[in-house]
Design a binder for this molecule. Structure first.
Ligand code: NOJ
Ligand code: MG
Length: 387
């Protein structure tokens, strides 16, 4: 790897430990890589220069571990964190693997399943507080349906709201400095999942008791699965101060959840996400949520490559933002000032009268140049390294 693309702490790269623990199993084939434990994954990530790691409770602590076993694991994890400096940047509760969650956790019909899910999430919040994790993700792996005749989505959303409200109160009660982040996904593993896109998540958040505690972490692959534009999705969360984390990877549009490395597909699209985060000084972690190709027999080329690609994207963002021709073309477009632009900024009867009385020249306005072909070509030239 070229030296200058090595990760820096200031890049704030984080990886899901589940990404490097992924063994290449898919619905049609068995594992192709040997198992590594969560602790080994954290050690390896630290060695490869990651700033942080994200985890599910059960990536670190097996579902059926005793309290004593859990204590031992956490103590060892803390030793690794202390000696390497790697941080536990985000945590989440696995509410999708065990068959008890086969028809949902927070949205299950069964109130006992919902309560058990909340109990598991409270335990995760305790662990997160202990590890100084500040963001806890809510990815509703099994929160969805295949059979619409069997589940009312209005009921499901109400159950979900009740559970999230309860967890917010728990965080407040315990005085944990933790924010919750909803990760939208349109489908897989469920036929349809609740809160499928960023917009759904944002609308739902506003209906909570404590909306300020809850944000969202869009994932590039999930956005592309829905056929949407990641740049716009991330922007919508960022614009309202709700971009609490980001999950990055590569993905072909409309396919199954491929979770490929950063840049493996959708280079131009992820470039614009990178540009958005840079342009608006996003201060959170850049979390990779992907997995090595099944053809890999160990995960470290994948880890290095994702960070390297992101660093190259940052370099390209800087190149575009400082490109003289690009600035010359874009500058006048975004800085246009019409005589009535100020009137739009505030509704007053006088401004409304001014607007109504103005004689527009739509034919003239319609022929103002918009040099978008040229702008897009400059973007491509920057990305292809020919400028
Ligand atoms: C696995 C999902 O594939 C991923 O997108 C999600 O971020 C994590 N679980 C967190 O729950
Ligand atoms: Mg994710």
């Amino acid at each position: 790897m070229a030296k200058s693309y090595k990760p820096r702490k200031s890049d704030k790269f984080a990886f899901g430990v589940w990404c490097v623990m992924n063994r290449g199993r898919d619905p049609f084939g068995v594992e192709t890589r040997p198992a590594i434990t969560g602790l080994e994954a954290v050690r390896g990530l630290a060695k490869h220069g990651a700033y942080g790691f994200e985890y599910h409770d059960n990536d670190l602590i097996p579902f059926d571990a005793t309290a004593g076993e859990a204590r031992k694991i956490v103590a060892e994890l803390k030793r690794i964190m202390k000696s390497t400096g790697i941080r536990a940047t985000a945590g989440t509760t696995n509410l999708f693997t065990h068959p008890v969650f086969r028809d949902g956790a927070f949205t299950s019909h069964d109130p006992e399943v919902r309560a058990f899910a909340v109990q598991k999430a409270m335990n995760l919040l305790d662990l997160a507080a202990d590890l100084d994790t500040r963001v806890v993700l809510l990815w509703g792996g099994r929160e969805g349906a295949e059979v619409d005749g069997a589940k009312d989505p209005v009921d499901a959303l109400q159950h979900l709201r009740e559970c999230v409200n309860f967890l917010c109160e728990y965080i407040i009660d315990r005085r944990y400095p933790i924010l919750l982040s909803i990760e939208p996904k349109p489908n897989e593993p469920r036929g349809d999942m609740y809160l499928p896109t960023t917009g759904h998540a944002l609308a739902f958040i506003e209906t909570l008791e404590h909306p300020f505690m809850v944000g969202t972490n869009p994932e590039f692959a999930h956005v592309k699965m829905a056929g949407l534009n990641p740049y716009h999705e991330y922007a919508q969360a960022l614009e309202v101060g709700k971009l609490f984390d980001v999950h990055m990877n590569g993905q072909k549009v409309g396919r199954f959840d491929q979770d490929m490395s950063i840049g493996a597909d959708g280079l131009k699209e992820i470039f614009f996400v990178c540009k958005l985060l840079k342009d608006y000084a996003y201060a959170g972690t850049v979390a990779v949520d992907a997995h090595p190709f099944r053809t890999e027999i160990e995960p470290w080329d994948f880890v290095d490559r994702c960070m390297c690609s992101w660093r190259m994207l940052i370099e390209k963002v800087d190149a575009l933002n400082s490109d003289r021709e690009y600035r010359q073309l874009l500058g006048p477009l975004v800085a246009q000032k019409g005589p009535l632009a100020a009137a739009l900024g505030q509704y007053t009867a006088a401004n409304a009268a001014k607007l109504r009385g103005h004689a527009y020249r739509p034919d003239k306005m319609a022929v103002r140049p918009l040099p978008y072909e040229r702008i897009d070509q400059i973007v491509n030239e920057v990305l292809m390294g020919v400028r």
